[in-house]
Design a protein around this ligand. Structure first.
Ligand code: NAP
Length: 292
């Protein structure tokens, strides 16, 4: 069994990303919006801040009160959309129930949507067009590629169909010519799919959900789950038992998690490039108009 060390890959990729960022004449900027004081959200935002500052990015962290009005959040996002020092905007999930998550996410300018969750970017991904893509799925693809695990023509099962993980990874793997089955809480006999899979991606949010009797030898297991049990981080895979059967497996912690934060930093860089390209195009168009 080979452990897929996302943490080591993150460290390697960060070196080249830092070099790319150095060649950008302006400071890149990331804004994170948080509503309320959810403990897990605070931890995730701190991780993002730490790496953003290490990258030399400007980091703006705005925390709204739990009872904030929706219009206030939307106005703030619109302000950030027009702020030239901000390349990426992210709204930390989950939001309180009185807020319309979809509306808020889609207020973000699609060129600054570093979580890849707007209709525009999700649609572009489905159509296999270049887009800003969600960070966790992109991290999974980078892990598979770095370890030379073939995707094309392979049988893949994704367990979980969230817009953050399950759906985008299923689309990315389909775009890479895998045959993908998506399972969820209403699926019958999930073992039927997992036992016949070359790659299993588990994004369910239930500790040790995937057990060794669900897995055949020579399988690659990607464990996305983060479950806090008695102060310890446990994945969605019963690592101890499944690692005896599988060929490749991501650990928790140290697997998919570190790659997610790396991909966010990478998306900020990509978003900046996108915006600069669009600006240049607009300037050329304006120039052509003044010539005519
Ligand atoms: P989510 O939105 O809660 O989605 C969970 C999915 O699992 C749903 O599609 C649900 O099905 C399915 N599910 C629930 N119980 C099931 C069962 N018994 N059998 C089969 N499917 C079942 O969660 P998420 O945002 O995708 O996150 C999943 C996990 O990944 C969580 O532990 C989260 O903390 C973790 N996560 C980790 C990272 C990272 O960087 N490592 C990033 C994001 C999330 P229905 O659609 O039918 O309800």
């Amino acid at each position: 069994m080979v452990e897929l060390k996302g943490k080591d890959l993150r460290d390697k990729l960060l070196i080249s990303l830092k070099e790319q960022v150095k060649s950008v004449p302006t400071q890149l900027g990331l804004a994170v919006i948080q509503v309320g004081n959810d403990e897990a959200s605070k931890v995730y935002v701190r991780q993002k801040e730490k790496l953003a500052l290490e990258m030399g990015y400007k980091f703006v962290h705005h925390v709204f009160d739990e009872n904030v009005a929706q219009s206030e959040v939307i106005s703030y996002i619109e302000e950030l959309n027009n702020d030239d020092t901000i390349d990426g905007i992210l709204v930390q999930m989950p939001l309180p129930k009185h807020l319309d998550t979809t509306l808020i996410q889609n207020t973000i300018d699609s060129n600054k949507d570093v979580d890849g969750l707007t209709f525009v970017n999700a649609g572009r991904l489905v159509q296999n067009m270049p887009s800003l893509v969600p960070c966790t799925p992109k991290g999974i693809i980078d892990i598979l590629d770095d370890y030379n695990i073939p995707i094309e023509g392979k049988k893949v099962v994704v367990i979980g169909r969230s817009i953050l993980v399950g759906k985008p990874i299923a689309n990315m793997l389909t775009n890479r010519n895998a045959s993908v089955a998506v399972c969820h809480s209403k699926s019958d006999d999930i073992s039927f799919y997992t036992k016949n899979a070359d790659i299993i991606v588990v994004a369910v949010g239930k500790a040790k959900y995937l057990t060794s009797d669900m897995v055949s030898p020579n399988t690659t297991i990607i464990d996305v789950g983060i479950n806090r049990i008695d102060g310890k981080l446990i994945g969605d895979v019963d690592y101890e038992e499944v690692s005896k059967v599988a060929s490749y497996i991501t650990p928790v912690p140290g697997g998919v998690g570190p790659m997610t934060v790396y991909e966010l930093m990478h998306n900020v860089y990509v978003a900046h490039q996108l915006r600069m390209k669009e600006k240049k195009l607009n300037n050329t168009k304006k120039l052509e108009l003044t010539k005519n």
